[in-house]
Design a protein around this ligand. Sequence first.
Ligand SMILES: [Zn+2]
Length: 213
Amino acid sequence: MMQVTFPPLLPTAKGLQAIFLDRDGVINERRITHVTRWEEFAFLPGVKAALARLAALGLPVFIVTNQAIVNRGIVARETIEAIHARMCAEIAAVGGAIVKVAFCPHRPDEQCGCRKPAPGMHLDLAAHYGLDLSRCLMVGDSCSDVIAGQAAGCRTALVLTGQGREDVIRAPALGIGNFMIAADLAAVVQRIERQLIPQIVYPATPAVAEAAD
Ligand SMILES: [Zn+2]
């Protein structure tokens, strides 16, 4: 497994130590029928450049993704891993870096501890890589991602790509607050670069106005 060393406190990132990213709807286009082969994987606009900027900031990036299609028998584990290898290679080709792609293969009925909104993947990565979760930012496009990130003790951000535009409306009714709202991953990275992340939690409003930056 790749060895990573973490800088003590990044002045450019206001103490952020690492970034967790959801995959579908954050990195690639969310599909109704899921990604079962590389030809169905489409990077969202600006994502590869944003990942290169995170690498330039020295921020390690981890991906945490639910892939129940594995245990549903729709796609083989090896196929998912091959898709992730290709994804990581394309990201690396533009100067980005993914330290580790963690995925949960379980179906909801298996009641595992790693399927988001459970925080198992975050906790496992933190234990393995020595992460301080309070200094990590979880970025997702769904309420489930925000719940998982907050359950793990992370700072959280909801992007309005994928199903984000629907879930940003659902969030208050689910009792979810204190997360950053941004148009897309590039906008999150821009805010990190501007050092607008000085606190553990984020004001939940104003949503749309902040998403415009
Ligand atoms: Zn699981």
